[in-house]
Design a protein around this ligand. Sequence first.
Ligand SMILES: [Zn+2]
Length: 138
Amino acid sequence: MSTAAQSGHATSATDDTNDVAAVFLSRPRSRLRSIAKQYDEAAQQTITPTDEPYKIIWGSRIFVIGGVLNKKKSRGRRSWVIREGWFLTELTTTGKVKQDVWCCRRCDAYGKPQFFSAQSTSASQGHLLRLAKPSSSF
Ligand SMILES: [Zn+2]
């Protein structure tokens, strides 16, 4: 009687290298980061009166989160516009307040953020109304 050799073939270490993601991560650094991402990082920053607020950059334009430089202005009445975008304060290249703007979230998602003066909500509202085409249940 011969004893059956129970030598199963050696289990080779399974190394499934899933480095597919690495291909997508190798973006050129010059690519503009979305306002959404920058706003998110800015919002995580805890601001004390002595802190430099996080700068949100788009092209040659510089923004900070709306209201961080002047907390007295609270604008609750524009809450529905806030859901569709962000209020930012645009700065001059010398760091002075230039204007309050509203940035459209949907356009930013397409990589083309649009900025509207926050002084009048009519511009941003008109923009949103054009986006939200009249549908049956709105
Ligand atoms: Zn838009």
